[in-house]
Design a protein around this ligand. Sequence first.
Ligand SMILES: NC(=O)c1ccc[n+]([C@@H]2O[C@H](COP(=O)([O-])OP(=O)(O)OC[C@H]3O[C@@H](n4cnc5c(N)ncnc54)[C@H](OP(=O)(O)O)[C@@H]3O)[C@@H](O)[C@H]2O)c1
Length: 263
Amino acid sequence: MLLPQVVNKSLMGKLRDRVILVTGASRGIGRAIARAVAEEGARVIINYKSSAREAEELMLELRKNGLDAAIVRADVSREDEVRSMFELIRRDYGALHGIVNNAGHGSATIWNRGFHELTWNDFEEVINVDLKGTFLCSKFGIELMGDGGSIVNVASITARTGDTTGIPYLIAKSGIIALTKSMALSLAPRIRVNAVVLGSIETGWVNWLGSDEVRKLISYIPMGRLGKPEEVARAVVFLLSDDSSFITGHTVVIDGGECTACD
Ligand SMILES: NC(=O)c1ccc[n+]([C@@H]2O[C@H](COP(=O)([O-])OP(=O)(O)OC[C@H]3O[C@@H](n4cnc5c(N)ncnc54)[C@H](OP(=O)(O)O)[C@@H]3O)[C@@H](O)[C@H]2O)c1
């Protein structure tokens, strides 16, 4: 379902009238990004795969506040579904100005496997959503960015450090950082491409861990707490907007200082 609605009250926003797709926006960080983007005056398109109810609730909440929002279902790991999603966007909006490649696999089972327990299938599952999804949405999306645009990819600090678990995930996120730089070089000057590199942000995964593990994790974060999805959303709005007009091919680390010694 894609139901654009021109009811935007945010006449002064940094993203006024821009059409922006946020993938994986039904929950977590994507949801906060979609909300922030709409509040800045954009016509936001909320992509989801399974959480139809949550996506629809967000769309209705935004519309109730006079903002412009629509939802579209597509599994970003499937080329046929991504192609159809962009055909709908072309049909209903005619253009696109921004993409936030946020959808992430997020499986606790795969995350907890150490190197010796991993199968290649585990790699494929994660890489297909995070990396292939980012590639596919960018590839089809840029065809609608005739007036130029900005792409923001979502990566993770684990891509810079390596780890004993979550290996398929950090491989996918490393690929996203390399893809970000390569796309920035290939698409300049018309389209800017940057990534946000996230530390521990408070979303559903916190429920997988016991409170002791969360406390231990927080002890590594100089800011002494987890990040909030809204704090990521503010940086993403900056990268989508003209405030970052000379920034491309770079990463913005949002981690409360956790990765100060990564490089
Ligand atoms: N939270 C953190 O601490 C953290 C740290 C570093 C990086 N990140 C990255 O930030 C992004 C968001 O993370 P989060 O914590 O908000 O995750 P989350 O709460 O698990 O939400 C994941 C979102 O991705 C969507 N999604 C999953 N598979 C999809 C697919 N095949 N096609 C389309 N959408 C799909 C889900 O939609 P449905 O429910 O509709 O399927 C959901 O909206 C991810 O890329 C994640 O890797 C997060």
